[in-house]
Ligand binder design. Structure first.
Ligand SMILES: [Zn+2]
Length: 200
């Protein structure tokens, strides 16, 4: 039985068994067993059917496929990492451009995220520094003392120069810390008194 066909503008057209349309013969895949050496379904219908079947297959075997992918990833970690790295190097400009475009399209969201990240880092760094200081108290004291000893002359000289250049400072400092200074003076005088009493 010959297959249903026709010629349009002298080009052979075959009936597609799926969409039931006359389709140019070049739009069929080859199959020697079928009439005119072409498959019964046109390429479009073939593709459509394949996609549907793939979808059905995936739905039916979701867990199995996920497990297979997971196992493959676990067995090929290094190779996958290397492939990703190679891809990133090869496509660096394109990837950066895409990132930039995405960032510009979502600027507010990005700014919020970046600020949150920075704030989070700040706390982490603060805590790290605090822990370090806590466990290195003696070293810090020693270093501070040493720094003071080696820089004493320079430091005092600088301070004296600075005070002559900022005559208001001493006066302001006194007003600002009047209470504290008086308490210290009193404490110092009391101490002197006590020492005198002990001496006599
Ligand atoms: Zn078709």
């Amino acid at each position: 039985m010959t297959r249903a066909h026709t010629y349009i503008d002298s080009e052979l057209h075959l009936l597609c068994s799926a969409c039931r349309k006359m389709v140019p013969h070049t739009r069929f895949n080859n199959n020697a067993k079928r009439g005119f050496g072409k498959q019964s379904r046109c390429k479009d219908c073939h593709m459509k059917l394949r996609k549907e079947n793939d979808k059905k297959y995936y739905k039916r075997n979701k867990e199995k496929i996920a497990a297979r992918v997971k196992k493959y990833r676990e067995n090929n970690q290094e190779a996958i990492k290397a492939a990703i790295k190679a891809y990133q190097i090869k496509n660096r400009d394109r990837i950066n451009e895409r990132k930039r475009a995405h960032r510009n399209a979502n600027l507010e969201e990005y700014k919020k995220k970046e600020a949150a990240w920075r704030a989070g880092r700040k706390d982490i760094i603060k805590e790290k520094n605090r822990l370090w200081r806590e466990t290195h108290q003696d070293e810090i004291k020693k270093a501070r003392k040493q720094w003071y000893e080696t820089n004493k002359e320079r430091h005092l000289k600088n301070h004296r120069v600075w005070l002559t250049e900022n005559p208001d400072y001493q006066r302001n400092y006194y007003y600002k810390n009047k209470k504290r200074i008086k308490v210290n003076q009193k404490r110092y005088l009391d101490k002197l008194k006590k020492e005198n009493q002990n001496d006599s």
